[in-house]
Design a protein. Structure first.
Length: 231
């Protein structure tokens, strides 16, 4: 049976509530970022009409066009959504990304930090919220900051006054128990908070594992297909 968008959204919201209760957490500390990638801007408009306004994207070209289309389609006085960038970002896309993104979930390397700083200083009043993406694998060539380098990298991020470091982000690996990776993300978050108490947020949990992530302190869920459907 085909369920519609509103039904899927409501069902996910109920599961978030249930997982929050099971973890004795307040659902008000858990933000739902709906990953709208691979869908047209109309889906974002439908979600706005359903009261959702935190959207995630992972490719600049798609996201910049979509953000523009959405903002052109808003009724007068209607609030624009907040765009989260969750994918790996090439440095030559930073300038464009900054024009529509409020929260970057995938700050994963020094060259990206340097380019962000270079572009941000051109607009002194601009700020960006960011999560440091962790590499949860044993392979240093994979994206993300290796756990042993987290604090050193965080110190570099904290020096950039136009970036507000929200916390850590991770994607649970395929073929491993998500709880193991989420426990690693949580302990990395605690380490980070030892040098930056305000960097207490955790971006973790996707369609297949968000309930587990909530049990390990996730504050920003990035959920796509379970709400948007496949495409
Ligand atoms: C696509 C994507 C998601 C959402 O994935 P679903 O499995 O569709 O919920 C979350 N985070 C990142 C980084 C993604 O690229």
């Amino acid at each position: 049976m085909q369920s519609n968008l509103a039904e899927r959204l409501q069902s996910i919201q109920q599961r978030i509530d249930g997982a929050a209760k099971a973890a004795s957490r307040s659902k008000s500390e858990i933000e739902l970022v709906i990953v709208t990638k691979n869908h047209g801007f109309e889906l974002a408009l439908e979600l706005l009409a359903l009261g959702e306004n935190q959207f995630g994207e992972n490719r600049d070209q798609e996201a910049s066009a979509k953000a523009a289309q959405v903002s052109q389609s808003l009724a007068p006085g209607e609030l624009a959504p907040t765009w989260h960038f969750v994918g790996q970002l090439q440095t030559n896309k930073v300038k464009s990304m900054l024009t529509y993104t409020s929260v970057l979930h995938s700050l994963d390397r020094l060259s990206l930090l340097k380019e962000l700083e270079k572009q941000l200083v051109k607009t002194p009043e601009a700020t960006l919220d960011a999560f440091i993406e962790l590499n949860l694998t044993d392979d240093p060539n994979r994206g993300g900051i290796e756990l042993k380098n987290l604090l050193e990298f965080a110190e570099q991020v904290l020096k950039v006054s136009q970036i507000r470091l929200l916390g850590v982000m991770g994607v649970a690996g395929l073929g491993v128990e998500p709880a193991v990776d989420f426990a690693t993300i949580l302990s990395s978050s605690e380490k980070l908070q030892s040098i930056s108490a305000s960097s207490k947020y955790i971006s973790a949990g996707m369609s297949g594992d968000f309930e587990t992530a909530i049990g390990f302190g996730a504050t920003h869920l990035r959920i796509g297909t379970a709400i948007t459907g496949n495409r």
